[in-house]
Design a binder for this molecule. Structure first.
Ligand code: AMP
Ligand code: ZN
Ligand code: FE
Ligand code: FE
Length: 272
């Protein structure tokens, strides 16, 4: 049976597997297709493309961009864009700088609560990864014994609107959609259930998206129905994936959500 997981992360962002390890795992799990959607980075493709060719795994281009709208974070998936696109490369570079400033603001907030993390420790991670964010800070907090788990770090300190949250310099949803379109790609709303604010969700649903993520890690079929209905009403494409992060989110397995062959080829027509 053809199954393609269209949402997963590597060690280029906040996943724990190298791109080539992720490709091997996908093959081992019996997946036929994959899209790697690292946060604000497309660097995984450099090593993932030859590895996928070797394993005869279909690999469609993907990325997950962070946006914020009225201080609430909204994630956007880009698919089937050209990896050579200047606009995509530029937005990734911009996000890296934006995250460096934001991560330091989060450290300042932690310090004020007597939970200090030396900037040098953050810098060490920044030097080895393309995209660094809250999960890496959460990991440092666990190492220092400030919290028992990454999950606790988010629910007590780092989650949206928790005491040490910082949205960073806001980046606009429409601009992100435009960048993806400029790169010949398709823009999807990621994990729409996380947009808990009803008014914001209604605004987002009016934007110029090509699709919406309807199948997601732990959605029940009942939950999926809501998003499938919205896709149908708007004549949007549907996507789905696990949001696999390896050891960073050990409860989520690669392939726990997926799309079929028909859906895969509706999305990926150019750069597989
Ligand atoms: P950032 O990119 O820095 O805004 O961090 C967002 C990432 O943190 C998400 O993509 C998830 O991987 C992770 N994350 C968000 N909420 C939680 C949570 N409650 N527990 C663990 N990881 C989370
Ligand atoms: Zn993540
Ligand atoms: Fe996300
Ligand atoms: Fe994700």
């Amino acid at each position: 049976m053809f199954r393609a997981d269209l949402h997963c992360h590597t060690s280029c962002s906040d996943g724990t597997l190298l791109p080539i390890e992720l490709i091997s795992l996908a093959k081992k799990m019996g997946l036929s297709g994959l899209s790697i959607t690292d946060h604000d980075s497309i660097d995984a493709y450099e090593t993932a493309i030859p590895a996928a060719k070797e394993e005869a795994l279909l690999l469609g281009t993907g990325v997950e961009f962070s946006c914020s709208h009225n201080n609430i974070s909204v994630h956007i998936l880009g698919y089937d864009f050209s990896l050579e696109s200047r606009s995509i490369k530029e937005i990734c570079t911009m996000h890296k700088a934006r995250r460096q400033v934001r991560n330091r603001k989060i450290l300042k907030k932690l310090e004020r609560l007597n939970l200090p993390i030396p900037e040098a420790e953050l810098e060490k991670i920044e030097n080895s990864k393309k995209t660094v964010g809250r999960p890496h800070i959460a990991q440092l907090m666990v190492e220092k014994g400030y919290v028992g788990s990454i999950k606790d770090a988010f629910s007590l300190y780092l989650g949206d609107n928790k005491p040490c949250y910082d949205p960073g310099e806001p980046f606009c949803i429409q601009e992100t959609i435009d960048v993806i379109h400029e790169a010949d790609g398709k823009a999807f709303i990621a994990h729409p259930h996380l947009i808990e604010n009803g008014k914001l969700l209604q605004e987002v649903l009016k934007m110029d998206f090509d699709g919406i993520e309807c199948y997601y890690a732990k959605f029940s079929p009942e939950k999926e129905k809501r998003w499938l209905k919205i896709a149908k009403e708007r004549d949007w494409l549907i996507s789905g994936g696990s949001d696999f992060h390896g050891g960073m989110k050990p409860q989520i397995a690669l392939g726990s959500s997926w799309v079929d062959e028909y859906t895969f080829y509706k999305i990926f027509q150019k750069y597989v």
